[in-house]
Each structure stands twice: as structure tokens, then as C-alpha cells.
Design a protein around this ligand. Structure first.
Ligand SMILES: [Zn+2]
Length: 274
């Protein structure tokens, strides 16, 4: 298989996305940010969390053929043990991350999606790609974002409305009826969307953090099919370039209201060599 990826942080900020690959697996995480002025109980921060969990998951994928949910549960536990003696992991704002894992075996492609990063599978013989996205956070969030979306991004009112929105969502994090992310509780792994497809049915796959998938699912500037074609023809950096272009064209979130005007954007592509 061939794997390529590109990742770009919000200008001037540490990248809270993580992406990595082995010859048979790809992992993509999007760390959930702590807005300015908000507490997290962790001295390490969100970027550290995403990198620590991402590299632990890659190591787990490289070493054995356990189910992906088991590798994720063990990874969450292992990273918690790296800082539970210095940080307050009971804090509702402790760092968290979305997770997408893709693993190729001799015959199958196994996948896992937890929270709002997106996996697209280009399945041979179907016109529309298969899109796997866990939208529970968006559903919970829809009821709480009206005040934030009504304000111009970057204004003091928007900054505090965004902080209030993030803090409200924490009450629904890793709870039944809410949404699930990788954080401290290994049971979150059981809430991930998982599946297996025959490896010879998949032409290509793409993993996107929501900072990249917004080209399709928030800006509606491309369909999933067009995004896959763009990745195939021009590579992941071109998709991110188009996202940045759209963000710059709407600097206060008038056309596309959003919590973050710019977001870390990451795309990983996998294709079967001819
Ligand atoms: Zn910590």
C-alpha cells in the first residue's frame, strides 16, 4: 500500500492533530483544544496528549492483531498512566482526542472511528464513497451553539461564547446520551464505530480531521467523491490549501459560522498500489 499525508497547524499555534503510519496501518487523531481562559487539570496540554496517544496506538498496531477497540482501550489506559500522578485526570477539561485507525491485513481492511474525524473508503464498484463519521458531538452541540454562531468570530463576545460552548459540551463528554472521545476512560473505545471490509474491494481511503473535512461537511465546496478525486490527483496538501483559502475568504465566520476560524487540518491517504 501507499500512504501519504499532510498536516498544517493553525498559524502560530502548536499542532494538536497527530498523524502517523506503518507499512500496514494509519492513525489520525485530533486533540480537543482547551480554549483560552479555560482550565484542563493537565500540565502537558492537548498536543502532548494527541502525540502520546497516537504514537502508543501506532506501536500497538505494529505489534499484534488484536481488535482495534482493544488497542485503543489499552492506549487510553497507558497514556493516563503517563500523567495521572502529576495531573488531575478527574478534571472535566482533561485533554481528549478523536481517533481514526485503519489497518490492513492479508485479506481485510479494519477501521475504527471515534468522534468527529472522518474516514472515507473508495469501494470498488460503487459510485459514492463510504463515509464513516461519528456525529454524536455535532448532534449534542447543535442545541448549544446558537449564541456563538450569531457573533462575529474574533470579537470578544465570540471568544467567550466559544469558551462557554466548549465548557457546556464537557458535561456531555463520555456519558450515555452524549458523545465519546479518547480521554481518560478506556470504556470510550467500546463506543467507537468499527468495521471490516475485504481489502481487495477498497481502491483508496482517506482520513481527515474536522479541520480538513470542513471543505465538504461545513463549507460544501466539494462532495466526498470530489475530495477523493482531488486527493488522488493533487495530494493532501492541495485539499488543505483549499480549506485555508475558504477560511481566509470568510474571516469572521459570516458565510460559515464556526467555533474556530482556522483549525488544525490533517489528511492521510491510503491507496492500493497497482
Ligand atoms: Zn497531563
Amino acid at each position: 500500500m501507499r500512504a501519504t499525508f499532510a498536516t498544517e497547524a493553525v498559524p502560530g499555534r502548536p499542532n494538536e492533530d497527530f498523524v502517523g503510519a506503518t507499512p500496514d496501518a494509519i492513525v489520525l487523531l485530533d486533540g480537543a483544544g482547551t480554549p483560552p481562559g479555560s482550565e484542563s487539570g493537565c500540565v502537558h496540554g492537548v498536543a502532548w496528549y494527541a502525540r502520546s496517544l497516537g504514537s502508543t496506538l501506532l506501536a500497538g498496531l505494529a505489534q499484534d492483531g488484536k481488535p482495534l477497540t482493544e488497542i485503543l482501550a489499552e492506549g487510553i489506559k497507558a497514556v493516563a498512566s503517563l500523567h495521572d500522578f502529576v495531573c488531575d485526570l478527574t478534571h472535566p477539561g482533561s485533554p481528549s482526542a478523536t481517533v481514526v485507525m485503519l489497518r490492513r491485513t492479508a485479506d481485510t481492511l479494519d477501521f475504527l472511528v471515534l468522534a468527529d474525524s472522518v474516514l472515507i473508503l473508495d469501494v470498488i464498484g460503487t459510485a459514492e464513497p463510504m463515509v464513516i463519521c461519528d456525529d454524536r458531538e455535532a448532534q449534542v452541540g447543535a442545541a448549544h451553539r446558537t449564541a456563538m454562531d450569531a457573533l462575529a468570530a474574533g470579537s470578544p463576545g465570540h471568544v467567550s461564547a466559544h469558551r462557554a460552548y466548549v465548557e457546556t459540551l464537557r458535561d456531555h463528554r463520555n456519558r450515555d446520551g452524549g458523545f465519546w472521545v479518547a480521554a481518560v476512560d478506556p470504556l470510550a473505545a467500546e463506543q467507537a464505530l468499527t468495521g471490516t471490509v475485504p481489502a481487495d474491494r477498497v481502491r483508496a481511503a482517506a482520513l481527515l480531521s474536522d479541520g480538513a473535512s470542513r471543505l465538504v461537511d461545513r463549507f460544501a465546496l466539494a462532495t466526498w467523491r470530489q475530495a477523493l478525486d482531488l486527493l488522488n490527483d493533487s495530494g493532501p496538501e492541495e485539499l488543505i490549501r483549499r480549506v485555508r483559502e475558504a477560511e481566509h475568504a470568510d474571516p469572521v465566520g459570516e458565510r460559515w459560522p464556526r467555533g474556530k476560524i482556522f483549525d488544525d487540518a490533517t489528511v492521510a491517504c491510503f491507496s492500493v498500489l497497482p
